[in-house]
Design a protein around this ligand. Structure first.
Ligand SMILES: [Zn+2]
Length: 265
């Protein structure tokens, strides 16, 4: 029974999906990166007002890093296709995580293993490279972009049981997209476009040691990490547009949250 539970949990959280990705630091998408200063008290970096302006009326939001990872599964390329666009918008991006897979339209690594099951091990060079990069970029939030070859509707898998951000992203986009009403992996079912494993399920995964990128980011950096899934059968332009919409919506909601936190609200 215990083994079954662990297998279930791993399937749920790493299915084809993601992890906690850090959000873009600083400027909102489309805006120039602000100059960075220091509040001289907490040591946290803060954006400085443009030269010539007076004291700002609101407390600037602290610099944060929203990370987006792409191309973990080589036959799910749409996230990788918008990587440059996301970088332009201020996200911290990585990919393709599985370059051989992208080149050969193959889910797996060249050695046949599934990269998104390798983040609890130390013998996978591709996973080690991504871990090192994440360590250098210290995510505050992470989005891992995937496609579900068998999926009929989009959904999110969130590592971060106490965060409401996944629900808020789905709510913001539900007029535009018909989310999966009951996303499912094995016997675990989410609702209304969101799978959000409870903490006890996530803890079981640590025992299994076959978890994916998003889980690794959540467990290592204590950041919410979301696997973004859409049907692989969608036209590629629709897949790209969906991934971009999820990323920019998450960015907007997070920046509002961090701004309020900076103002002590
Ligand atoms: Zn995938």
């Amino acid at each position: 029974m215990k083994i079954l539970l662990i297998v279930l949990c791993v399937s749920v959280v790493s299915a084809c999906s993601g992890s906690r990705v850090p959000a873009a630091r600083g400027a909102m998408p489309g805006e120039p990166e602000p100059a960075v200063g220091n509040d001289g008290c907490s040591g946290a970096p803060y954006a400085l007002p443009p030269k010539g302006t007076t004291e700002p009326e609101t407390v600037p939001a602290p610099k944060k890093n929203i990370v987006v990872t792409t191309g973990v599964h080589g036959n799910e390329p749409s996230g990788y296709y918008i990587k440059d666009k996301l970088t332009e918008l201020g996200f911290t991006t990585y990919g393709p995580c599985n370059p051989w897979g992208i080149e050969n339209n193959n889910r797996h690594l060249e050695d046949g293993r599934d990269l998104n099951r390798m983040f609890g091990r130390t013998d996978c060079p591709e996973a080690e490279k991504i871990k090192e990069w994440l360590g250098e970029n210290n995510p505050d939030f992470l989005l891992d972009l995937h496609e579900d070859p068998d999926g009929s509707a989009p959904y999110l898998i969130q590592n971060g049981p106490d965060d409401d951000i996944g629900r808020r992203i789905v709510d913001a986009l539900k007029d535009e997209y018909d989310f999966d009403p009951a996303p499912k992996f094995m016997m675990v079912t989410g609702e209304d476009g969101l799978l959000k494993p409870e903490l006890n399920v996530l803890r079981l995964m640590a025992l299994a040691k076959i978890y994916g990128l998003a889980y690794y980011a959540w467990a290592t950096f204590d950041c919410t990490a979301i696997v973004v899934e859409c049907p692989g059968s969608w036209d590629v332009e629709k897949r790209k547009a969906y991934h971009l919409a999820v990323c920019t919506t998450a960015h907007k909601l997070l920046m509002e949250r961090w701004q309020k936190e900076a103002e002590g609200k």
